[in-house]
Design a protein around this ligand. Structure first.
Ligand code: KIV
Ligand code: ZN
Length: 512
């Protein structure tokens, strides 16, 4: 059985999805989850592209253990040296450098650069990267629109220069499975030193073919697949990690290949990305969509009751879809709470644990049954928290069919608590007006989304908002059994993030 490496680029290409940018704490949380998921490599960012990316890579390199940590770098000396600085503390590190090779990119993006100059630069920069780290990956960008014999020349040259992995990107999502598999086979047959490197593939989903193309490449000999959780990424996204992993696992008989991914962590990883980026997954999305394991038709249900294999090709448990009821109640202690969190893969500091435990007790007062999903929400509130300038100290709502909705909200700002009453079109509008009056925020609300975490009348409701101020957009997240309280928490959470950015000077002052 061949072992296929999974190179996750959620934090780099995935973050290039419109509106998906993540802060350093959020990226660290994702990287920790990717390590639990068991990916082979994490592309943590593009070090030279921004201070934020550099800081995120440096933090992940210093704290996340297990996977290889990589940074993207153009084939330029400054990029490669910056990537190296960011990766310094990682025990397992890789520089991933790239240069376009298609004629169309060389003509327009590189102002008429010749093929020979592109090849020379690529090899030189791989050599430079190899002088800094053992593990170097090279990508000939827009490979699928590159003339095959030139592509083979470039691949040979960068392997000769020391690249241990050569990644073949379908940058614009143009290829189709038979053709893409053919390109990989062509390289396997025509690059004399191909055995010295792992061939990787990196497919975009513009034609909805990223997973199919990646699987065709595996059949043709590729040993690494680059992908993202939920398939997020530039434009229509990248190859979806969960789909490619589960296709290989479910059809090991066909592919004779598998990955080291712990598939039981897939749902948790998917939900974390949805929560952090605010990008929801469509209900019919394979593997992680809400309906992916729901059987509606009577015939299917009947078959399933008789024998699961009649209609089920994967067990829901194999991707982590379990609704284990937590047997913890109002009287349960910290120890049981901490133990369950550890089983779910969360190690909290004493302070975080204390705060999550307080929230758990509050929730246990409101909700009969507490599920692992509820706990995940509590914990992620702790881990992703921006430093709290503001916190909700109280909320009273008055609303009905024959009255103007009003909200009296108490807000704690540092040591001080202040109160304001506002009216609005509805209870959320009134609550938001009260918060806006108390904080004097100049931000504008760009998105407001409500979801329920678990079923039932006492389910936890989750609200995600996006606020914009001075060219910066942040997402806020709040969860509570009372949806208006959840909405207030989400708004306050986003305002805390804006306050943190303002303090770091990352928000432009308003134009006068
Ligand atoms: O799509 C692409 O070509 C890329 C490269 C930088 C690998 O993301
Ligand atoms: Zn890409």
């Amino acid at each position: 059985m061949r072992s296929i490496r999974i190179f996750d680029t959620t934090l780099r290409d995935g973050e290039q999805s419109p509106g998906a940018s993540m802060n350093v704490e959020e990226k660290l949380q994702v990287a920790r989850q990717l390590a639990r998921l068991g990916v082979d490599a994490i592309e943590a960012g593009f070090a030279i592209s921004s201070e934020g990316d550099f800081e995120a890579i440096r933090t992940i390199a210093g704290e996340v253990r297990g996977p290889i940590i990589t940074s993207l770098a153009r084939a330029r000396e400054a990029d490669i040296r910056r990537a190296w600085e960011a990766l310094r503390d990682a025990p397992r590190k890789r520089i991933h450098t790239f240069h376009s090779t298609s004629d169309i990119h060389l003509k327009y993006q590189h102002r008429g650069m010749s093929r020979q100059d592109a090849l020379k630069r690529s090899a030189e920069m791989v050599r430079l990267a190899r002088s800094l780290v053992e593990d170097v990956e090279f990508s000939p960008m827009d490979a699928t629109r590159t003339e095959p014999s030139f592509l083979a020349e470039v691949v040979e040259a960068v392997i000769e220069a020391g690249a241990g992995t050569v990644n073949i990107p379908d940058t614009v999502g143009y290829s189709v499975p038979e053709e893409f598999g053919g390109i990989i086979k062509y390289l396997m047959d025509n690059v004399f030193n191909i055995g010295k490197a792992v061939i990787s593939v990196h497919c975009h989903n513009d034609l909805g073919l990223a997973v199919a193309n990646s699987l065709a490449a595996v059949r043709a000999g590729a040993g690494q697949v680059e992908c993202t959780i939920n398939g997020i990424g530039e434009r229509a996204g990248n190859c979806s990690l969960e789909e490619v992993v589960m296709a290989l696992r479910t059809r090991r008989d066909f592919f004779n290949a598998d990955t080291a991914v712990r598939s039981e962590e897939i749902i948790r990883s998917s939900r974390l990305i949805t929560k952090i980026t605010g990008l929801s997954v469509q209900p019919n999305k394979a593997i992680v969509g809400a309906n992916a394991f729901a059987h509606e038709s009577g015939i299917h249900q009947d078959g399933l009751l008789k024998a699961k294999a009649t209609y089920e090709i994967m067990r829901p448990e194999s991707v982590g879809l379990t609704s284990t009821k937590l047997i913890l109640g109002k009287h349960s202690g910290r120890h049981a709470f901490k133990t369950r969190l550890a089983e779910l893969g969360h190690e909290l500091s004493d302070e975080e644990l204390e705060s999550a435990f307080r929230k758990f007790k509050h929730l246990a007062d409101q909700k009969k049954e507490i599920y692992d999903e509820d706990l995940e929400v509590l914990v992620s509130e702790e881990l992703a928290g921006a430093p709290e300038l503001y916190s909700l100290a109280g909320l009273k709502i008055s609303s009905g069919t024959d009255e103007t909705p009003s909200a009296t909200l108490k807000l704690r700002t540092g040591e001080k608590t202040s109160e304001h009453t506002a009216t609005g079109d509805g209870p959320v509008d009134a609550t938001y007006k009260a918060i806006a009056a108390l904080t004097k925020t100049k931000s504008t609300l760009q998105r407001f989304e409500v979801k329920s975490i678990t079923g039932g009348m006492d389910a936890i409701g989750e609200v995600i908002v996006a606020l914009e101020e001075g060219g910066i957009t942040v997402r806020g997240h709040g969860a509570d059994t009372d949806i208006i309280v959840a909405a207030a928490k989400a708004y306050i959470n986003a305002l805390n993030k804006l306050a943190a950015k303002r303090q770091k000077g990352q928000i432009r002052p308003p134009e006068l």
